[in-house]
Write a protein that binds this ligand. Structure first.
Ligand code: EPZ
Length: 441
């Protein structure tokens, strides 16, 4: 007898067939005023290199404020694969790494997040060898690693690249070197610090990245017994030591998540308070929002965001993304979302990545007036955005679409939530606790 298919099964199957797998979406009802206090999560871009650094240590490290993100989870999986014990309890992660017993990272783990390249220097230093699949580009650009490989070769590593694999060896250990970076690459600076911490001799890096996450990595390594001076400045000196032990370390707050929440408050004309913020890490971000009419009051590790008196953002004129301490490229997308409803024109110049305007096409679907040409984006503020079904294609672009949805007229459906979950911990929960009408389906 012919079975009548179960209706629910048909609906689910259709959805899976249409979209491959069941994907979650965020549904946002716009124009809700926000209010209250939000705690800022630990910094993703600090947690990732510090987790890689635990490979260099013998003993146990306890990491506090370690954000629960898919990118962080991928790093914990790599640590376990390499022979470390890694477990999470809330926002505390414990890593026991008495002995790395592997030196390779399989393709499927590398592909979970390309920032796993930061394991290269650490594994090479710990095991004398490192074999990992070449981290491809990603949605925002080619993401080359030439500066990483050149530096490791200067430290005595033999690096072979073939068939998509990187095979690095340091049979006689790594040695200190004088490394001049042509560009203050964050990842290359971190890879060098990790490779040099237990190398033979002194390594000097000039034109090093100065991001707070670099300083946090140096703080962690120095607590483990390393001898690193100058982190946060353009010249870092790493005097190699024989061994490193574990330590307890609280990861710094995520300045990009803080900037994103400020953008969400700005576009909804809301007054909110951020808890657990290091104001100096937002040195180039706050003035841009002040130009737009926002004001801030800082108290200990709290930051109160006050929207423009007239209820509408002024244009930010010109926003250039630069290496720290300049305006961070990761805050460009959320700020651009805010600029779409400002009372005038804002010009963005994206100097760091070559393909970091993918969110603009989706914002135009919501009624924004944006023209992009290479590294330039010209945003003419409109009176109102309108809710639409939009698709996120990268991490910070996803955050921009959420911010736009919060201020748009009507309902916005953001798909590609997996990108958001790479860097924002329970973001829809944080926003709904601030009063936003947002939920995940
Ligand atoms: C880190 O990426 C961050 N990722 C990025 O955050 C951030 O946007 C970026 O630094 C800049 O601040 C992590 O920390 C995990 P770079 P990274 O090396 O290390 C070129 C996010 O949204 N370059 O400073 O890859 C490169 O192409 C992510 O959280 C080379 O040419 O950044 C880019 O144009 C996105 N050769 C520029 O330097 C190299 O060997 C900046 O890259 C390395 C980099």
């Amino acid at each position: 007898m012919k079975q009548t298919p179960n209706l629910l099964a048909v609906i689910v199957w259709t959805k899976i067939e249409k979209e491959g797998v069941c994907v979650s979406k965020l549904i946002i009802a716009g124009r809700q005023r926000l209010g209250g206090t939000a705690a800022v999560q630990g910094a993703k871009n600090s947690a990732l290199p510090i987790l890689a650094a635990t490979v260099l240590t013998k003993g146990e490290s306890v990491l506090y404020h370690c954000p629960d993100l898919s990118d962080v989870d991928a790093s914990l999986q790599i640590l376990r694969y390499l022979g470390c014990k890694a477990q999470r309890s809330g926002s505390t992660v414990l890593v026991q790494s008495d002995g790395v017993c592997r030196h390779d990272i399989p393709d499927e783990l590398m592909r979970k997040t390309r920032s796993s390249i930061v394991f290269l220097g650490a594994v090479l230093a710990a095991a004398g060898r490192a074999r990992l699949s070449f981290p491809g580009g990603c949605e925002i650009g080619l993401r080359p690693i030439d500066l990483h490989l050149k530096a490791l070769r200067q430290m005595g590593a033999i690096v072979r690249e073939r068939h998509g694999w990187l095979d690095c060896r340091a049979p006689h250990g790594l040695r200190g070197a004088e490394i001049a970076l042509p560009f203050p690459s964050v990842g290359a600076t971190e890879d060098i610090m990790l490779a040099a911490a237990t190398a033979n001799g002194v390594t000097t890096v000039t034109n090093a990245a100065r991001e707070p996450e670099i300083t946090d990595l140096a703080d962690y390594l120095n607590k483990c017994g390393a001898r690193i001076h100058g982190a946060g400045e353009s010249t870092i000196v790493i005097d190699g030591v024989k061994t490193l032990g574990g330590c307890d370390h609280a990861i710094i707050p995520d300045r990009i998540v803080a900037a994103t929440l400020i953008a969400c408050a700005a576009v909804t004309n809301s007054e909110i308070t951020l808890k657990g913020v290091i104001h100096s890490h937002l040195g180039a971000v706050l003035p841009v929002f002040e130009d737009a009419g926002c004001s801030f009051s800082a108290f200990e590790n709290e930051l109160r965001v006050i929207p423009p008196a007239g209820g509408r953002l002024r244009p930010m004129k010109i926003v250039r993304t630069m290496p720290y301490p300049g305006f961070p490229t990761d805050a460009q997308a959320p700020l651009l979302a805010a600029a779409t409803v400002a009372g005038g024109t804002t010009v963005f110049i994206e100097n760091i990545f070559e393909n970091r305007y993918r969110h603009t096409a989706e914002l135009v679907r919501m009624g924004a007036d944006i023209k992009t040409e290479g590294k330039f984006a010209v945003v003419d503020g409109v009176d109102r955005l309108y809710g639409a079904a939009v698709e996120a294609t990268d991490l910070r672009g996803a955050a921009a679409l959420v911010a736009a949805g919060l201020c748009a007229e009507g309902m916005t459906e953001v798909s590609g939530v997996k990108y958001l979950e790479r860097g924002y911990e329970n973001f829809e929960l944080v926003l709904s606790q601030l009063g936003a009408d947002i939920h995940k389906v």
